[in-house]
Write a protein of this length. Sequence first.
Length: 358
Amino acid sequence: MRKYNFSAGPSTLPVSVLEALQKDLVEYQGMGLSLIEASHRSPEYDAVHSTTLALVKELLQVPDTHEVLLLQGGATLQFGMIPLNFMGQGGSCDAVMSGSWAKKAIADSAKVGTVNKVFDGKDSSYTTLPDNVTTTAGAAYLHITSNETIEGVQWKNFPDTGDVPLIADASSDIMSRPLPIAKFGMIYAGAQKNLGPAGVTLVIIRKDLLERCPDSLPAYLNYKTHADKDSLYNTPPVFAIWAMGEVLKWIKSNGGLDGVQKLNEQKAQLVYDTIAAHGDFYRCPVDPEVRSTMNVVFRLPTEELEKQFIAAAKDKGMIGLKGHRSVGGCRASLYNAMPLEGAQALADFMTEFAKAHG
Ligand SMILES: *Cc1c(COP(=O)(O)O)cnc(C)c1O
């Protein structure tokens, strides 16, 4: 039996997508070979590449002012590429310190220049976000993390940053809801939460910012290289892009981003409501205003009970509920491909467990 996979990433994918990939893996549409054996300059791959890019633009309604890139190296490489391309040695940028992933992004920016933390959630153990932020004169950009995967904190409205480009790491909530792309100088995401298997990184970047990328950078590290070559400067991760295209078709057939947003809110509500209904047993540390629809974090009365809960859930075919090792507790990741039935099964189990142990 297929398990309900609540892992934070890599994470669950739609079964229909896995089956579509399986069906075409060995022999791709009459080519006499697999797509992953074929040249990335072949017409067959070219069609996959351009379909995937077109679906990103269509689903996110990317305006003509922005370019869509498909890169490698995960969101982690973006932590370094962003300061190298936009801040330059000795420059400065602004950043919101909202949790574990923001911390990693900030650490890489700080290797290149000065980072002004315009907000730091450390006093609340990263359970909240600012209502507003004030940018600093001379800041090359403001970096935020649209969803903190580990702490379960998510921006619901994005800050106005005036002339300072807003750059967002949306690795764990991209394509989970409509986004005001025009507001962002750049928004990026590793694929392995909502978009497909690991191996491809989606970057959407405002075209005028490409003019700021310094020629002194090694070719791969320069965004302009990839924009000029339509993300085919070097061999792309063919399988990952093919799979991402299939995931995007699945999103489209499920009502696009409005459709998945509705479902995501329903799933998250089921779990948050269960936590609230057993408030003497479960506790969500996150400020209710900014609770993530993607990663629901919660605690039980003791670490021993948390261990038992995770083990008992596993016996029922629900895996990946352990919180990140840095924070402990429990976490249910409810990405796009988690069906409503999975969230319902978890909520039912949580109720049962609270009754038995509360
Ligand atoms: C998973 C994750 C990352 C790291 O992504 P990689 O693709 O492994 O580099 C970065 N930021 C956020 C918010 C994430 O959830």
